[in-house]
Design a protein around this ligand. Structure first.
Ligand SMILES: [Zn+2]
Length: 125
């Protein structure tokens, strides 16, 4: 398993309790695809991974970087600068700025997910 797969497994645990659920129709009838941690819904035939509908969807960034960024942004109570975040996780300033915006948005839209991610992080350390 690579790190990104570990992170996906982690997210699956938090969001689904490891039982994949289609984000489009809510069905739990799925088959596993060969790609890493992707599933195809047997009811609406859409393929998905656990990131659909979260702040991580379609970002092409390692989840590990996201997890670190979330901790940094939330623990600094939002005061971390774009430049500081870019430096800490090794991305450019545009990416860091985009990540901060998404994380702030998720604080409103998906607070529960962020809370559980942080909790789980603590229990792993
Ligand atoms: Zn479906």
């Amino acid at each position: 398993m690579n790190i990104n797969q570990d992170c996906l497994a982690h997210l699956e645990q938090i969001r689904w309790d490891r039982k994949p659920k289609c984000p489009y129709c809510g069905s739990t009838n799925y088959r596993k695809l060969k790609n890493e941690r992707r599933y195809q819904c047997n009811d609406c035939f859409t393929s998905y991974s656990v990131t659909v509908g979260t702040l991580f969807h379609k970002t092409h960034l390692d989840l590990e970087k996201w997890f670190v960024a979330i901790r940094l942004v939330l623990n600094s109570l939002g005061s971390i600068s774009i430049r500081q975040l870019a430096k800490k996780i090794g991305v450019n300033k545009n990416t860091a700025s985009y990540m901060i915006a998404r994380i702030r948005n998720a604080v409103n839209e998906d607070k529960e997910l962020l809370r559980r991610l942080l909790e789980m992080d603590e229990s792993l350390n």
